[in-house]
Design a protein around this ligand. Sequence first.
Ligand SMILES: Nc1ncnc2c1ncn2[C@@H]1O[C@H](COP(=O)(O)OP(=O)(O)OP(=O)(O)O)[C@@H](O)[C@H]1O
Length: 692
Amino acid sequence: MDLEAIPGVGTKTAEQLAQLDDPERALRNGDVAAIARAPGISEGRAARIARAAIREEHDDPGGFLGTGRARELYQDALALLQDRTVTDYAASRLETLYPSAAESRIEEVRAFAAAAMDRDVDDDVLDALAAVEPLETPGDLHVRDRCLATGDAETYAEAQEAIPEVSVELVDDARKISELARGYATVIVLDESFSGVDVEGDVRVSPNALENPEEVVPERVLTFFARNRDRIRAAVAVHQAAGLDAPCDLDSLEAALARLEPDGTVKGDEELDRLTNAVDDIDAAVSTAESVANDRLREAIEEQDVTIEGSDLLSLVERGAGVDSLLQRELADEYADAVEAARDHLVDALGLRDTEAIARRAFPDEPTFPVEHEESVVSRLREELTAARDRRATRLKRELADDLADAREDARALVDAALELDVELAVARFASDFECTMPEFRGDGFEIEGGRSPLLDVPFAEVEPVEYGVDGVTLLSGVNSGGKTSTLDLVALVIVLSHMGLPVPADEVEIERVAELHYHAKTQGTLDAGAFESTLREFGDLVTGVGGEARSASETANGEAVSESAEADGGTAARKLVLVDELESITEPGASAKIMAGILEALDERGATAVFVSHLAREIREAASTDIQVDGIQAVGLEDGDLKVNRSPVKGTLARSTPELIVEKLADDEADGADKADFYERLLTKFEASQD
Ligand SMILES: Nc1ncnc2c1ncn2[C@@H]1O[C@H](COP(=O)(O)OP(=O)(O)OP(=O)(O)O)[C@@H](O)[C@H]1O
């Protein structure tokens, strides 16, 4: 796949995408999580790229949503689905679902949605999903106790690229390597030519090190798992709660994760704990050991009854000899005991084994009072212990990293599957919350049975089901607040969801596959001349752009031949479904009725399906040269001053308007007196006359 062929993907983005393991698979599957793993690509951007790639793949020209109101309906549909996701990932992933004219794309999503609707929605799964997020690849790892060394400029550049976590040093001779060995716990030399070099410290010659970066930096694997531990554990919990097939043994993955500290070190190793504690406690233990020796010695001195001959005393004073020599002579055994106790304390307190001999030298054999430790020996002990600790830690890290290295892909698959499940569960919950069904693509126009819009301002349980079907152009009349706009919204929502490949909120739906939905919302107030002109132009473009299979002459509403322009457009122009709400308010009623009549005639000639909601249905019908279908949302009566409405439009019926119903009510009201009743009766006859 040529990545740059995807609309909106330039050279830079293509390069970023190329760094993925399998960019083509990620793009083909709309795998937002995988795409967002490319450097510098956010989830939102990944969703847009995925959408563009899907369009490219399905040869989809796009532009299904032909108007602002149609786009709003799509956003509303998306929001209903996104409200039912747990993870941000699933919310982004849902954005790859869009209404499409391409049959193959619709079928692809329908298969996904059908499987999703079979999923059981379980609260434990939803709870576990809360902690699942796409895995991070830590890019900020720096390991400071190791370095790579080479004498070759090319290898130097390769090493920097392959293992950016450690510093790479240029060396020309063994002396430089020896210097490095003093600064780093481990030096890995990349040049064969240095084999056999004899320098002090942990220096390894390993010409193949760049081929196995994770042996040099086991922290790479460990940091990956340490940073992502909670997410992986949550994905494991999702698999367990949902009974999903896992790509690996979950118990051993859990056990390996349990051995990891949050900072990427290995926990649960007694030897490492011993060495770590010894390094941490060395100063305190030395000072306590000193106190032990001095307390003993002080006690011994206090108890001692020293007898000294005069000549000895003289010799001591003359030679300037200090009390040490007196100690040596008189208290040698006591000193030896005290120092031994100090040594024992130090060895015990730090739990020393290999370094015991060094520790014992920390207190000198020559008597002094007070007893003092040998700082150089303590430093040496500290160095030895630190090196042993680091060696142990690195070995453990390498072992755990070995165990976990192969589990990385499994962990990714585990998390990706959990995230995908969230997308499926959102569809499943949407379908069950709004009692949805899969629409059938069949016939012309649409036929909705038991449609209930989740977008109404009443609780879903109180939404009255609507039956409505239209094939061809139709005027929808109805009482005020009868639900005309709501019916258009329902139709638009059903069309958008169907073309997204998703279930729709109805008992049964048959629908024609179209290429564009044009939904024009009600205009607020009369337009000025300029705005009116541009609205007319918009409808001019819409009407002349309608195409596809224009009806045959016998199929048009008035039986006239299909216009030449429609035939000319037929090959390239798109099948459109047109919904228009109260266009009459754009100008004065007489003119707008004529304009709507003209638009409807033209749409009819082109075989489009269109529903125009209007209070001027009668006038439009009169102005039209063809016989235009009129449906009506009717009041079935007045209850406590409120109109009772049948929400399902009645086919072929011009609904009586609210004013007419009020006049009728007043005419029936005998309490107002005969004169007034007569006046209302005459008003009523005017309504009735215009119905004929
Ligand atoms: N199917 C339905 N079930 C329950 N309530 C509905 C239904 N359809 C509409 N309603 C209620 O009726 C109200 C008015 O609906 P809507 O705005 O669609 O009517 P309208 O006929 O377009 O009104 P107008 O003549 O003022 O343009 C809605 O806000 C909603 O509360």
